[in-house]
Write a protein that binds this ligand. Sequence first.
Ligand SMILES: Nc1ncnc2c1ncn2[C@@H]1O[C@H](COP(=O)(O)OP(=O)(O)OP(=O)(O)O)[C@@H](O)[C@H]1O
Ligand SMILES: O=C(O)C1=C[C@@H](O)[C@@H](O)[C@H](O)C1
Ligand SMILES: [Mg+2]
Length: 171
Amino acid sequence: MSGPLVVLVGPMGVGKSTVGLLLAERLGTGYRDTDDDIVAEQGRSIAEIFVDEGEDAFRAIEKQAVARALTEHTGVLSLGGGAVLDADTRALLAGQRVLYLSMDVEEAVRRTGLGVARPLLAVNPRKQWRELMDARRHLYEGVATAVVATDGRTAEEVARVALDALELKDA
Ligand SMILES: Nc1ncnc2c1ncn2[C@@H]1O[C@H](COP(=O)(O)OP(=O)(O)OP(=O)(O)O)[C@@H](O)[C@H]1O
Ligand SMILES: O=C(O)C1=C[C@@H](O)[C@@H](O)[C@H](O)C1
Ligand SMILES: [Mg+2]
């Protein structure tokens, strides 16, 4: 299987970056995040891209960034929360080891509620979260080869459970 050792998917704030870094450390490999790639390449924040050009333009940029990272990166790769909306991206994920990190709405509000720049949750986060998850849950589940619930677990616990679920061993 070529491509990343593990690809992390899941909604905003679920812990992809935190857990992804821990997994990379435990697996003795590198960490990469397509949101970071986009910010570096574009020289502006994701919120700025949404405001300047709208969501469709962001999704087109994201699709290219994900395709590139899937080809180039061999370590742990986190995708932006909405990357799975794209059918071509979902097709590229077939045959990859994909971890879906999940959480319920109250955990989501606790983790994303305060002042972080997340353009899709700017107004009425609880309602928007539910709508996002109603639209996306099946997409995350569809690409996943393992699912780990993060509610009530520390990031370290999530990483440990994830390694078991993925049948991967520490380096
Ligand atoms: N298992 C956990 N339990 C409690 N808090 C956590 C856990 N994992 C991450 N967090 C906290 O939740 C917040 C969001 O985590 P993180 O940035 O890793 O999520 P993300 O999925 O990468 O989000 P984004 O959509 O912004 O990329 C951070 O403040 C982080 O410290
Ligand atoms: O869930 C989403 O649609 C998003 C999640 C973030 O990772 C960013 O990619 C952006 O804010 C959009
Ligand atoms: Mg992140």
